[in-house]
Every structure is written in structure tokens, then in C-alpha cells.
Design a protein around this ligand. Structure first.
Ligand SMILES: Cc1ncc(COP(=O)(O)O)c(C=O)c1O
Length: 310
């Protein structure tokens, strides 16, 4: 007999349940996190519901929310020398003032690479309305050696309004596979009125994802290499005069381009391998690909730096 529509037939649900010790009915699977975010966003009501997120955020959030006429309020990210952080007080103020349906916190944050601490998150969770769903988007999970996974996962037991998002796109380098998932606190699924897929999820994609979950050594080794490349790159960039690299816990680094370097970057970047992408104002996000490509990109920036110094 074949249970056509039963999620219990899903190998990935079972694997995630074993991996995270979370009941299968508190897991949402999506075709990438984009699919899950879209599911959350599409349930919001224009003119009634709003969203709060940080001022430096994944551009998809506001691109999509704007299109469906949902107002977004932002709280500050604080920039200090080589480090970004979330302004927790401002986050609480924005939530109290606007009473959002969703609070989106990305950690490590895209595009800055900085993280929220569990203490900061608890401070926010204790201060805001329990009807606000707090979405912790951990798309860039896996590149922070000091991440206390148990402390974050245990929030799901204590706070019914928390959702933790993960994807196979970054740490597992399977972006084309399109699989993401959400681990949900007790009230989330009911609060958003989510219905599990009646006919289930693609079995082929699930098999690849399960194989990835069962290969921790391979991915840990990979992440170690990326972390090493990242730390070396940050150190090298911060020796230059016209660029600042920020501390990052992701597989990319955010760089501030000081004013004299900006014009030269715009002129010359077309000739470069596109691992660096200009983002808001004077910042660039550089992806940690292979050590060789990252080194080439450092040399590109170093040459620009040298030309300005002459
Ligand atoms: C912060 C963040 N969340 C979610 C996503 C979407 O991930 P997925 O490939 O799982 O749709 C991205 C993709 O870049 C991202 O940067």
C-alpha cells in the first residue's frame, strides 16, 4: 500500500526530525527558503499587517513585500570600526511601535555577515508581543565556529512564536536543488494557517538532501576551508588604506569602499570575476569561493588601493 499524501513517507522529514529532535508537524519544507518566505509573506494583509527587519537586509525581503504592498519598518545595524551589530533596543522600539506580524532577523546577516547572540534574541523575545512571529533566517548557518546551536534550537521549546529557517543552498552548496526548511515553535504553524503539502515534496530532491545531511565530515571540512579563506581575506583587506572588511560569520565578507576608491571600482569591476557585488551605498559583498579566486580579488582591490595612494 502507498500512502500517497502522507508526510510520514517523507525521508527528509524523518531525517530532520532525527537531526533536530523536533516533531515532524513543526517542520515546514519548501522549495528553497524563498518558497517558505513567500508563503509567510503571502499570508500578510496589505494595510493591516506589517513587517520589521534590519536596515541592512536580504534585498528579496523588501523587493517582494513592496510588490504585495506590505509596509516594512527597519531597525538599525550599528557600524563600529570593523564590526556590525544589531541595535537591539531599536529593534524592540520598532516592534513595540508597529506591532509587526513578522520580525525578520537574519543571522549571519546578509549582507553584513554579523550575527545576533542568543542573549540579544531572548531580550527581544521577552520584550515584544507574543503574536509577532520571530523569523530567524539562518540561511548562512555553518560558517561560525562559535555558534551555539543548542542554545538557539532550545528557543523553539521556550518561545512558541519563533521560527528558525535553514537551507541546503549555502552550507551544503546545493542552491540549484531548491530545498529549505523551517523549524517552528508551538504556535507558528497554526498562527500562519500553514497547511502541509497534500501530495508531499519531491522525493528526488529529498534523497539528495538526506545524503547531504548524512555527510557531516565532508561539509565540515569544506566550511573550515571557507572560514580560513575568509579570515585571511579580512586580514589582508584591513591592511589596505581605502577599504574596510567587517567581521563575518558567513561565507562572504562585507567591505566598505572609502570614497576615493569608489569611482575606480565602478570603472574596473566589469573586467573582474564577479565574486564581489556592490550593495547599498559604499559597500560590497564578496563571496568566499576558492582561495585562488578570493586572492585574485584581493590583488584587484590592492592595485586600486595602490593607484589611489600614488
Ligand atoms: C538571507 C537569505 N535568506 C534566504 C535566501 C534564499 O535561500 P534559498 O536558496 O534557500 O531560497 C537567501 C539567498 O540568498 C538569503 O540570502
Amino acid at each position: 500500500m502507498f500512502f500517497y499524501n502522507s508526510q510520514k513517507q517523507s525521508d527528509l522529514f524523518t531525517a530532520l526530525f532525527r537531526y533536530y529532535s523536533i516533531a515532524e508537524d513543526k517542520i515546514i519544507l519548501g522549495y528553497g527558503l524563498e518558497d517558505i518566505l513567500r508563503t509567510l509573506f503571502d499570508r500578510l494583509l496589505p494595510k493591516k499587517d506589517c513587517v520589521v527587519t534590519s536596515d541592512f537586509h536580504f534585498s528579496y525581503y523588501t523587493d517582494y513585500l513592496q510588490k504585495i504592498h506590505i509596509t516594512t519598518y527597519t531597525f538599525r545595524c550599528v557600524e563600529k570600526k570593523h564590526i556590525f551589530s544589531f541595535d537591539v533596543e531599536d529593534c524592540i522600539t520598532q516592534c513595540k511601535k508597529n506591532n509587526p506580524k513578522l520580525l525578520l532577523i537574519t543571522s549571519p546577516n546578509n549582507p553584513t555577515g554579523h550575527v545576533i547572540t542568543v542573549k540579544e534574541l531572548i531580550q527581544i523575545l521577552n520584550a515584544i508581543n507574543k503574536n509577532t512571529i520571530v523569523v530567524l533566517d539562518e540561511a548562512y548557518y555553518g560558517f561560525d565556529q562559535h555558534y551555539d546551536e543548542q542554545a538557539f534550537l532550545s528557543l523553539l521549546n521556550t518561545y512558541a512564536n519563533v521560527m528558525i529557517l535553514r537551507t541546503f543552498s549555502k552550507y551544503y552548496a546545493l542552491a540549484g536543488l531548491r530545498i529549505g526548511f523551517a523549524l517552528c515553535g508551538t504556535n507558528v504553524i497554526q498562527n500562519i494557517g500553514y497547511q502541509q503539502r497534500y501530495l508531499g515534496f519531491s522525493r528526488i530532491l529529498e534523497e539528495v538532501a538526506v545524503a547531504a545531511l548524512h555527510s557531516p565530515e565532508y561539509y565540515q571540512k569544506n566550511a573550515k576551508k571557507i572560514i580560513k579563506t575568509r579570515e585571511e581575506f579580512i586580514q589582508q583587506i584591513n591592511m589596505l588604506n581605502h577599504f574596510t572588511a567587517f567581521e563575518s560569520k558567513a561565507n562572504f565578507v562585507c567591505i566598505k569602499i572609502h570614497t576615493p576608491a569608489m569611482k575606480k571600482i565602478k570603472k574596473e569591476q566589469k573586467q573582474q570575476v564577479q565574486i564581489g557585488k556592490l550593495i547599498m551605498k559604499q559597500y560590497m559583498r564578496v563571496t568566499m569561493t576558492t582561495p585562488e579566486m578570493v586572492h585574485d580579488f584581493y590583488i584587484f582591490l590592492k592595485n586600486i588601493d595602490k593607484k589611489i595612494n600614488i
